[in-house]
Design a protein around this ligand. Structure first.
Ligand code: AHR
Length: 491
C-alpha cells in the first residue's frame, strides 16, 4: 500500500528561519587557507586573495550567517595576532589541530569576506586560553563606536565603521577533553555568566549563544539553568556517521531530532526556574555527516561524500524544518573543504553530493513549516548510531518535511526515501486546499547506487535532475535511495 502524507496548510509549526541554512568556517585544514582564502590561486581576487569561485558558490547557497574562527581552533586563538599589517603578524603554534597559524587571515579579512559572501558574521569566543579582557577587546574591536583603544585600532587598520557583529558564542565544546581549557558544567556556567554580563554591558545589542552539548547531555540542563537569563540561544553540536552502513547513516539525524526535543523542554524548565520571559532557542551551530574513521589520512578531515551521505544531509535538513519552532540557527560544519559540501584545488572547485540537497533546501524550503502526518511508512528497526535511536525513536523509511512557500502559492515537500532496496509509492493528501496536477520535481539520485561520489574528474555524477510531472490524485513514486523535492501549486 502507498504511504500517505497528509498535509494541512493551516497547521503551521512556525516560520522556517532562513538562518538554519548558515555555515561555519574554521581555521582547520584547508577551510580558510587554500579554501576561501588562496592568494596563490589564479581563481583568487588579486587584491583580497579571496577565491571568487568559492564566494560565488557560497552566495548560491544564500547563507545567512557564517560562524568563525572555530571550533576547537578558537580555544587557543589570540585574535589580536590576526589584525594589522600582515608582515607584522606572528606565526603561532596551533593547539587544536597541531599545526601553525600564520595569521594572514584574521578578523578584518573575515568581515570583508562575509560582506562579499553576502552573509553575516558570527564569532565564537575563546574560553580556553582567552580571558574576558580578550573577549571584551574583540567585541570592542568589532563593534566599538567610542574613542577607545580597540575601536581606534580598527579605525587605524582602515575600518572606520563598526562591523556590528550581532552573534557571539561563549566558547566552543568546553565540555570536551579535546578542548583547550575544558571545564565542568558548573565552572563553565559560572564563568560564562560573568562573561555574558560584561559583554552585554559593553554592547547590549549583541545576542549570546551558550555552549551546549548534544541536547541530551547533563551538561545541557545545567548550563541552561544557570545561563537562561543571559542568553538568546543554546548551541548544540552533533555529527552523524555512516559507519559504512547506509541505514545507520540516514537514521542518525533522528538522534539530533531527539536532542532538539529534549533541549526544548530543558529550555522551558530553565525559563520557568529563572522567570525568563524572553525566548531562548536552539543554535545548532555544528552539524553534518562526519565519519572520523573514514576521514583518517585525509588532509584536515576532508571527507569525500557519497549518495548515502547526501540523503543523510537531506534527513538532517528535514529535522531542522520540522523543528522550526525551536531551531532558529543551524550551521553546517563546515563550509569549505573540511567536512564540506564544497571542495577546492588551486585551480578549481567541485560540489560534493551533499551540496545538492543543501542547495535545494536553502533555496526552496523557506516559508512556513507545516505539520504533516506520515501513514504507512514501515519503521526501520535495525542498527543505529547512537544505538538508542533504535528503541527510543525508530525512524520511518520515508523521511519528510513540508513548507508553505513564502509567497503562499506552493506547498513544497522534501522527501528522502531511505530504503536502499525499494521505490516508495506515496500519496499526498492536502486538507482544505486543491493543488494543480502539474508539479515541479527536483531529484538527487544515481543509478550507480549509494557509493557514488563526485570528484574533480567527475564533478556531476550526482546532481539535481529537475522535471515537470503530472501527478494524479497526489500520487508519486520516489526512487529507492533518493532525495526528492516536490513543489505543488495551490489552485
Ligand atoms: O568541525 C570540526 C570540529 O568538530 C570543530 O572544531 C569542533 O568544534 C568539533 O568537535
Amino acid at each position: 500500500a502507498p504511504v500517505e502524507i497528509q498535509i494541512d496548510p493551516k497547521r503551521v509549526i512556525s516560520e522556517v528561519d532562513p538562518r538554519i541554512y548558515s555555515g561555519f568556517t574554521e581555521h582547520m585544514g584547508r577551510c580558510i587557507y587554500g579554501g576561501l582564502y588562496d592568494p596563490g590561486s589564479p581563481l583568487a581576487d588579486p587584491e583580497t586573495g579571496f577565491r571568487k569561485d568559492v564566494l560565488e558558490v557560497i552566495r548560491s547557497l544564500r547563507v545567512p550567517i557564517v560562524r568563525y574562527p572555530g571550533g576547537n581552533f578558537v580555544s587557543s586563538y589570540r585574535w589580536q595576532d590576526g589584525i594589522g599589517p600582515r608582515e607584522l603578524r606572528p606565526r603561532r603554534p596551533e593547539l587544536a589541530w597541531l599545526g601553525e597559524e600564520s595569521n594572514q587571515f584574521g578578523t578584518d579579512e573575515f568581515m570583508q569576506w562575509c560582506k562579499e559572501a553576502e552573509t553575516e558574521p558570527y564569532i565564537c569566543l575563546n574560553m580556553g586560553t582567552g580571558t574576558l579582557e580578550d573577549a571584551l577587546g574583540w567585541l570592542e574591536y568589532c563593534n566599538g563606536t567610542s574613542n577607545t583603544y580597540w575601536a581606534n585600532q580598527r579605525r587605524k587598520n582602515g575600518h572606520p565603521e563598526p562591523y556590528k557583529v550581532k552573534y557571539w558564542s561563549l566558547g566552543n565544546e568546553v565540555y570536551g577533553p579535546w578542548q583547550v581549557g575544558q571545564m565542568s558544567a558548573t565552572d563553565y556556567a559560572k564563568t560564562a555568566f560573568q562573561w555574558a554580563k560584561a559583554l552585554k554591558l559593553l554592547d547590549p545589542s549583541i545576542e549570546l549563544v551558550a555552549c551546549g552539548e548534544t541536547g541530551y547531555a547533563a551538561w545541557d540542563g545545567e548550563v541552561l539553568n544557570t545561563l537562561a537569563p543571559m542568553i538568546k540561544y543554546h548551541s548544540l553540536h552533533q555529527y552523524t556517521i555512516s559507519a559504512g552502513d547506509h541505514m545507520v547513516n540516514v537514521t542518525g539525524p533522528a538522534g539530533a531530532e531527539k536532542g532538539i526535543e529534549i533541549t526544548k523542554s530543558l529550555i522551558d524548565l530553565a525559563r520557568i526556574a529563572n522567570n525568563v520571559e524572553e525566548d531562548i532557542t536552539i543554535c545548532f551551530d555544528e552539524w553534518n555527516v562526519w565519519d572520523p574513521k573514514r576521514a583518517i589520512g585525509s588532509l584536515g578531515a576532508e571527507e569525500h561524500y557519497d549518495l548515502s551521505d547526501a540523503l543523510a544531509v537531506g534527513c538532517w535538513l528535514n529535522v531542522f524544518v520540522r523543528k522550526a519552532d525551536v531551531v532558529k540557527i543551524a550551521c553546517i560544519a563546515q563550509s569549505v573543504n573540511v567536512i564540506s559540501p564544497v571542495m577546492t584545488s588551486p585551480t578549481g572547485l567541485y560540489k560534493q553530493t551533499t551540496f545538492h540537497p543543501l542547495y535545494l533546501f536553502a533555496n526552496l524550503m523557506r516559508g512556513s513549516s507545516l505539520a504533516l502526518s506520515l501513514l504507512g511508512s514501515p519503521t526501520y528497526t535495525g542498527p543505529t548510531q547512537p544505538k538508542w535511536i533504535q528503541h527510543l525513536c525508530p525512524p520511518a523509511l520515508l523521511d519528510a518535511s513540508a513548507v508553505l512557500s513564502e509567497d503562499g502559492r506552493e506547498i513544497r515537500l522534501a522527501l528522502v526515501n531511505r530504503d536502499a532496496e525499494r521505490d516508495a509509492e506515496v500519496v499526498c493528501a492536502f486538507a482544505g486546499v486543491r493543488v494543480r496536477e502539474e508539479v515541479r520535481v527536483y531529484e538527487v539520485w544515481s543509478a550507480e547506487g549509494l557509493g557514488v561520489q563526485n570528484s574533480f574528474d567527475h564533478p556531476d555524477k550526482v546532481g539535481v535532475v529537475e522535471r515537470a510531472e503530472r501527478v494524479e490524485g497526489g500520487k508519486l513514486t520516489l526512487k529507492k535511495h533518493s532525495f526528492t523535492l516536490v513543489c505543488f501549486t495551490l489552485e
